[in-house]
Design a protein around this ligand. Structure first.
Ligand SMILES: O=C(O)CCC(=O)C(=O)O
Length: 304
C-alpha cells in the first residue's frame, strides 16, 4: 500500500518508484521464465505474435526487443499482477475497478538493444479519461548502462505532443526539437530487480539503447480504471474485436472489480494516431517505419 506522500508525489510528478513490488520467489519465477522464452526464440526468423526480434537475432544469438502480451504467454505474468504489492498500488492510484489494457516485456538485448524514443502512451491509446498508468516491473537490476526508463516529471499535466513523422504518418515518438519537449528536466529511473516504476499515461518517457552486457528486462503492465473507455482511432487491438468479442475481452482483462458500461468523460487533450505508421505491431516497428527522429542518436531511427 502506498503512503499519502507517495500518492501525492504520483499526482504531482506523474511517476513513482516502488521497491520490492513482488516477492523474491515471484521474481525468480518470472525471471527464469523470461530467460527461457528468450531461449525459445532462437529458431524464430520473423517477428510474430509473441516475439519482436531485434537486429542481429539468430539461432546463436537470440536478440529480442520484446515478448508480446506476456500475461497471455504464461499465466504467471497474469497471476503476479493480481496478487502482489502491485495490486494494492493499482487500487491506491486507480480505484476499485481496474483493467489491464495490455502487457509487454521489453527485453532490451545486451550490447546495443534498441532505444525507445520519447513518447506519451496516451498518443497510442487515448480514452474517455486519463486514469491510466503503466507499471514497469524490473526483472533484472536496471542501471545507467542497460537503458533505464527516463521520464519528464510533470509532463502528465501538459499538452499531448505531436507524434507524427516526417511523412505525415504516426511515428509513435515526439520530435526532439518540439518546444514542449524539455529534455533537460528528464529523470532516470534505476533500481534493483523486483522494483517497479509507475508512470501516468500522459507522461513523456523514453529509454536509451542498452550499452551493457546484460539484458534489460522490464515487464510493462498498462492498466486503466474500468471507466476509461478507449477512443475509436486509437492503436489498441480492442478496435479489431466484434462487439461479442469485446464483451468477453472486457471480463477477462479485469485485474479486480467489475467492468462498467458507463464511461467517465473528462476534458483532456487528445490527438488520434492516424494515419498509422507503415508497419505497426510494436512501438519499435512504429517508430522505425514512421521515421521517428531520435533523441538518443540525434539522427533518424534506421528503417528496417
Ligand atoms: O522499454 C522501455 O524502456 C519503454 C517502453 C515503452 O515506453 C513502451 O513500450 O511504450
Amino acid at each position: 500500500m502506498l503512503s499519502q506522500e507517495q500518492i501525492q508525489s504520483y499526482d504531482d510528478n506523474g511517476y513513482i518508484l516502488v521497491e520490492n513490488a513482488i516477492t523474491p520467489e515471484q521474481l525468480s519465477m518470472l525471471r527464469t521464465r523470461t530467460l527461457e522464452l528468450i531461449d525459445e526464440s532462437r529458431p524464430v526468423t520473423e517477428s510474430n505474435d509473441v516475439f519482436d526480434l531485434d537486429e542481429g537475432h539468430g539461432p546463436n544469438n537470440p536478440r529480442l526487443t520484446r515478448i508480446k502480451l506476456p500475461h497471455k504467454v504464461d499465466p504467471m505474468f497474469w497471476d503476479v499482477i493480481r496478487s502482489s504489492a502491485m495490486t494494492e498500488v493499482l487500487r491506491d492510484l486507480l480505484g476499485d475497478n481496474v483493467t489491464l489494457q495490455t502487457s509487454k516485456l521489453n527485453t532490451k538485448a545486451p550490447g546495443g538493444g534498441m532505444a525507445v524514443e520519447w513518447h506519451q502512451d496516451w498518443a497510442f491509446y487515448p480514452a474517455t479519461n486519463d486514469s491510466m498508468l503503466a507499471i514497469g516491473l524490473m526483472l533484472e537490476d536496471v542501471d545507467l548502462e542497460n537503458g533505464p526508463l527516463q521520464v519528464i516529471p510533470g509532463s502528465h499535466k501538459g499538452p499531448v505532443l505531436s507524434h507524427m513523422g516526417p511523412g505525415g504518418r504516426f511515428c509513435g515518438a515526439v520530435d526532439p526539437s518540439d518546444p514542449d519537449f524539455d529534455l533537460d528536466k528528464a529523470v532516470t529511473l534505476t533500481g534493483k530487480a523486483g522494483s517497479m516504476t509507475v508512470h501516468h499515461v500522459r507522461m513523456l518517457h523514453g529509454s536509451a539503447p542498452n550499452t551493457s552486457d546484460r539484458a534489460r528486462l522490464i515487464c510493462f503492465y498498462e492498466c486503466a480504471a474500468a471507466d476509461a473507455w478507449p477512443l475509436a482511432g486509437g492503436s489498441s487491438y480492442i478496435h479489431k474485436l466484434t462487439q461479442e468479442e469485446l464483451w468477453q475481452d472486457m471480463q477477462e482483462r479485469m485485474i479486480f472489480g467489475e467492468p462498467t458500461l458507463t464511461p467517465r468523460l473528462e476534458a483532456n487533450p487528445v490527438r488520434l494516431c492516424l494515419p498509422p505508421a507503415p508497419t505497426g505491431g510494436s512501438i519499435f516497428k512504429t517508430q522505425k517505419t514512421g521515421g521517428a527522429r531520435s533523441a538518443f542518436a540525434k539522427q533518424p531511427v534506421a528503417a528496417e
